[in-house]
Write a protein that binds this ligand. Structure first.
Ligand code: PXL
Length: 263
């Protein structure tokens, strides 16, 4: 039987991030991808490529999750952008209907087009309703600062401290992505398993952030877990996969590159 993995995330129409990037990642890693859409993000070329954001109705999200989980015996899921407190509540309820071997949460906290006030409510809902269900959570620096309640994350030791604080919110494993955000030549990420801290390092490839890198990192962890890897193995492999996606990035007519796999 083919290995399958599920993703519940937002659509990002240019194809660089969100559900599109997640499903490409699953396919590249030999996993059959199944997906439910939580919201639709359309960058606006007439307005600085800012995000236009449209949530999907809760009942429609619940219907998609019902269809996917009824058609397939799924036990590993990635949660990407949710976007509103209502969506967080719907997804938390739907996830609660069956046991999961792994719930990988990429806590996408804000999207440029969203109102800051609404984003704050979504953060609170995510923290209370989704993080306790997560086995693995993959915040970037901004998300880690917010979730850990830290003013600054500037060193590898700060990354480790953020991971320990976020573990207190419920997730069994915390991966904080330093990306290009810490000083130095390496992109540093940290994994905390409730006991030990493991650092992952790769040389930075420029200092520009690449759209979709966080999405494919969490999706690759999900695919590897679906195939039976341990969390440590999955994170290590996902780091290599995301690195390759950044090396192979594509330029588009938008002012930022997107992860890709071009030679
Ligand atoms: O890269 C974060 C992200 C996740 N999901 C969706 C997005 C974005 C960023 O644009 O649009 C749907």
């Amino acid at each position: 039987m083919s290995t399958r993995a599920f993703v519940i995330a937002g659509s990002e129409a240019t194809g660089g991030a969100g559900l599109q990037a997640d499903l490409k990642t699953f396919e590249k890693l030999g996993v059959y991808g199944v997906g439910a859409i939580t919201c639709i993000v359309s960058f606006d070329p007439a307005s600085g490529w800012g995000h236009r954001f449209v949530p999907i109705a809760g009942s429609v999200i619940a219907d998609q999750i019902e269809a996917a989980t009824s058609a397939h015996d799924l036990d590993v899921v990635k949660i990407g952008m949710l976007g509103t407190p209502e969506t967080v509540a719907t997804v938390a309820e739907s996830l609660g209907r069956q046991p999961w071997r792994h719930v990988v949460v990429d806590p996408v906290l804000i999207c440029k087009g969203q109102e800051p006030g609404a984003a704050l409510d979504t953060d609170t809902a995510l923290r209370t309703d989704i993080l306790p269900l997560a086995t693995v959570v993959t915040p970037n620096l901004f998300e880690a600062r917010t979730l850990a309640g830290m003013d600054a994350i500037e060193t590898a030791e700060d990354l480790a401290e953020a991971a320990r604080r976020i573990a207190d919110l419920g997730p069994r494993y915390v991966v904080v992505k330093g990306g290009t955000g810490l000083p130095g030549d390496d992109a540093v990420d940290v994994l905390y398993d409730g006991q030990d801290i493991t650092f992952f390092r790769a040389p930075k490839i420029g200092n520009e952030r690449v759209s979709g890198a966080g999405c494919i990192f969490a999706a690759a962890i999900t695919a590897e877990l679906a195939k039976g890897a341990s969390v440590l193995e999955a994170v290590s492999m996902a780091k290599d996969f995301a690195h390759a996606g950044i090396v192979g990035r594509i330029t588009t007519n938008a002012p930022f590159a997107a992860v890709g796999w071009h030679d």
